[in-house]
Design a protein around this ligand. Sequence first.
Ligand code: HEC
Length: 136
Amino acid sequence: MGKAQCGTCHFAPLFNGLIPPFYALTEFEIIGATATDDLLNPVKDQDNGRMDVRATPYYEAAFKTPTVRNAAVTGPYMHNGAFTTLEKVIDFYDKGGGGGLGLDIPRQTLSTRPLNLTDQEKQDIIAFMHALTDKI
Ligand code: HEC
C-alpha cells in the first residue's frame, strides 16, 4: 500500500484485480513480464495477452491481475511461469517491469520508474505475501 504501490492493482482485501467497492469487474494490466527470469538480459515475452481475445491494441500484452493470496505456495509466477521465486518477482517490479528493464512495452500500465526498494522493504513485502497463505 506504500512505497511499492502493489495495492494500486492488487486491491485489498482480495489482492487481485477486482475493483472496489463492488468487486464485480476485474482490471487487466500491462506490466511487461519477461520471457525468462534473466533480468540482466531481459527478453520480451511474445504473448499478446487479452488482445488475442479482444482485438484492440489497448489490450496488447494485458493480463488479468491475479491474486497474491497463497502466492507463497503457488509458483511459478506470471502468465508464462517465468519467475520461480517471489524474490525474482519483487526484483522485476523494483526495476519498473518490462519497460523499466528497457524492453519496448507499448502502453505499460505499471510505472517504469524503479521503486528503489531497500533489501528490508523487499523482505517485508515477501513476508506480507507469506502471511496471505491459507492454513490447511
Ligand atoms: C500495474 C498493475 C500492477 C502493479 C502495480 C503490481 N502488479 Fe503484480 N501483477 C499484475 C498483473 C497484471 C500480473 C499478472 C502478469 C502476468 O500474468 O504476466 C501480476 C502478477 C503478480 C504476481 C504473480 C501471481 C501469480 O500467481 O502468478 C505476484 C506475486 C505479484 N503480481 C505481486 C506484486 C507485488 C508484490 C507488487 C508490488 C511490488 C505488484 N504485484 C504490483 C499487476 C500489477
